[in-house]
Design a protein. Sequence first.
Length: 364
Amino acid sequence: MDKARILILSASFGDGHNTAAHHLAQALSPRNEVRIADPCDLGSPKTNRFLCKIYREVTTYTPWLWALIYRSTDRQDFTKPLPLLKPTEDALGTLLDEFLPDLIVCTYPIYPYILERLFESRKKVPIVTIITDSIEINAAWTRSPSDHLLVTDNHTRESLITQKIAPERITITGFPVSTRFGELPKLTPDAHISPFKVLYFPTSRSPHVRKIMRSVLEHDTHITVVLGHNVRRLYRKAHEIKQEYPHRVTLKGWTKKVPDLLCSHHLVVGKAGGATVHEALAAQCPMLVHHIVPGQEEGNIELLERLEVGRPATDPQKISDAIGRLLSDKGALWRQQKANLLAHAIPDSAANAAKFIESKLPDS
């Protein structure tokens, strides 16, 4: 029997779309023929790289400007062809003709609109959209002509229903994370908290790396700093602190061990991106958010606060104060957050999404 062909469409504006696509493909691949594609990049690689760079710069240095851009997309009518997206539309049409998918998954909101136009001259197949944000959902997602919407949690589902989305179109699967989260042991609420192990993900141009590290080290802590692809830019700053505290600081570059690190640390300090927040939830690791991109990430913060498992702490002093509260009274607040996470974590989210998608294949 031939395997079903599943096409996953992603984009490189932020890490969440590609992360969700990658982990979903891993869950689907054993039983299906799966292809991940980025039509924005296929259609116009140079323009796409330029726009991705602009996105990173604006969200890092002028988040107020990104807030204006984000709100403007709330009003954009994507049902009509846009000249800027013509290369993307052409590339996606070619991809459909070559791959002939039985079902299409979108982790980026504009593709279903393009697909609807392309289906006017091609065989229509089911479209499943994975909404990679939580609670604060842009209208580009909610007006999508997708057949099915997969969401991260019940709060997001309720938010969509209040926006007049039919409940039968919405399914809670969780944000697709690595299957490793379901396999790894987690710290339990009664775990020892001395030293309190903090995992820190600085942003690419974080101006406060040293100050944040020092604020963490004011307490009985050990800090692991994951520099990722920012090693060249941030290593000197981070290494300076490591020299001051040689036995309490660990520095890592790019690593595939993020699930292991999240599951073995008491707290993560990072940005409020969809992938980071939902990986922390899957690892049952409380979170402090040091950088927020207005718009899509505000909903992720709200989710952490509603679940009572994390909060924003956007400067070194706030981070130090927050850690102090977590550790006071023998770690009572931290232990409560761990218990809350135990009730809300969805470590098998990629498998959940894969199972749903396979159930919507034609003739399934």
